[in-house]
Design a protein. Structure first.
Length: 103
């Protein structure tokens, strides 16, 4: 399983700002190793962020996203102490879910 995500969620006025750093190799399937063998594609396909049981961000990614992707976004609502949950799934079936408390 991948390392935990680094998540920072903070309240700015009535807007919640979330910053997430995900740990993932994100291979495109186009690189070759030292022996010339193609390294198989391995990348995050879906990212979902929920707050209060509602989806506030849904993304579909492909192999063009860089290693250890970073995403930053804002949404209306949220209060200090609320939880924000981030989940991703990759093309090999690996999954990771972490949560952060809004500060």
């Amino acid at each position: 399983m991948a390392d935990p995500m680094k998540i920072r969620a903070s309240l700015v006025g009535d807007t919640t700002e979330v910053k997430v750093l995900m740990s993932h190799e994100m291979e495109t399937g186009q690189r070759k190793d030292a022996q010339g063998v193609v390294i198989p594609a391995w990348f995050i396909q879906t990212v979902t962020v929920t707050h209060g049981g509602k989806t506030v961000l849904a993304a579909q990614w492909g192999p063009a996203v860089s290693k250890n992707p970073f995403v930053s976004f804002k949404f209306k609502g949220g209060a200090k102490g609320d939880k924000v949950t981030i989940a991703w799934a990759d093309n090999r079936g690996d999954k990771r879910t972490d949560e952060a408390t809004i500060a």
